[in-house]
Design a protein around this ligand. Structure first.
Ligand SMILES: [Fe+2]
Length: 315
């Protein structure tokens, strides 16, 4: 746990942490009224808490986009998800489950959004419109997940790369009759190899960047070994101490750090209830997952070999 004396201070809004590790509610700020100063504080808060919640926002789509532009210079246009392109908002992803829908949704997987892209999203802003009881969203800190790994596993993950592929979202998980979806995704397939641990682009802290959505395998490893290693990363996201769960109310907004967290949309028990949320996400051509591997490995080993430093594991 961090010492509260070292927590960042905010002038433009109040921050109420949800857990010691991840999540905070911001109060006293309507996100449509961001200034350069309050936006800078909002970025500081997001990099510290991983996910921020704001109640009663009811932002317009243009206002959601304006918030996203405070985090990246491009807005994502999702390659296979349903967007509001016909209403003039190709940047707004519609996350919707209708009463008539029989198929499983694609949100109940721990994942970093669009990790198969060369430049995955930096942040997402998600606003709830219709949210039935039980349709919560969960986030888990990928930075704390790396921190929590024992030394030998830190070494392992610092030394491997992961092949990400959009097609594997469909192939690795059961979506019922997915043949149409597979065809659609295959036509727009994206694949990239990223380090399994990245230097967080805004905090510099080592962060596990694996997830369980688009991951295909550990680069260069056999499928069998790869599955074992991916399972370790997957298990880390399930540690309750690293998680926060949000119970939505209509008009709520959540903003999350897409590198520093993974998220999971809880949907299993909804029956025939309708669910509708909208998401806008920001990215930048200059921000891509990367790792200074030599420096990270030296930093990991240094406390073991350099006299005068604290022992491994001491914080
Ligand atoms: Fe997602």
């Amino acid at each position: 746990m961090r010492n509260s004396a070292h927590e960042p201070q905010f002038k433009h809004f109040k921050v109420v942490p949800t857990t010691p590790t991840i999540g905070a509610t911001i109060e006293g700020l309507h996100l449509s009224e961001l200034t350069d100063e309050s936006a800078a504080e909002l970025r500081t808060a997001l990099w510290r808490y991983g996910v921020l919640f704001a109640r009663k926002q009811n932002l317009s789509f243009d206002q959601m986009k304006a918030v996203a532009y405070r985090f990246g210079d491009q807005l994502e246009k999702h390659s296979f998800g349903k967007t509001l392109v016909e209403q003039g908002h190709p940047e707004v992803l519609l996350i919707e489950r209708l009463q008539s829908d029989k198929a499983k949704t694609t949100t109940d997987i721990w994942h970093h959004d669009v990790s198969a892209r060369a430049n995955p999203n930096i942040m997402s802003i998600l606003q709830a419109e219709v949210v039935p009881f039980g349709a919560d969203t969960m986030w888990s800190s990928a930075t704390a997940a790396f921190e929590r790994l024992p030394f030998a596993l830190k070494q392992l993950f610092l030394n491997i790369d992961i092949d990400h592929d959009t097609l594997y979202l469909m192939l690795r998980h059961d979506f019922g009759d997915a043949s149409m979806a597979i065809e659609k995704i295959a036509g727009l397939r994206e694949s990239n190899t990223h380090p399994a641990v990245i230097d967080h682009p805004f905090t510099g802290r080592p962060t596990l960047f694996v997830g369980n959505g688009y991951v295909k395998r550990v680069h260069g490893y056999t499928a069998e070994l790869s599955e074992l290693i991916l399972k370790i990363a997957s298990e880390m996201t399930k540690v309750p101490e690293l998680q926060v769960r949000h119970q939505w109310q209509p008009g709520d907004v959540a903003l999350w750090d897409n590198f520093g967290t993974v998220h999971y949309g809880v949907t299993a028990d909804l029956g025939d209830q309708v669910r509708r949320l909208h998401r806008v996400a920001a990215w930048s051509p200059s921000v891509r997952p990367s790792l200074d591997r030599d420096r990270a490995l030296r930093a990991l080993v240094a406390p073991r070999v350099e006299p005068g430093l604290r022992a491994v594991g001491a914080r």
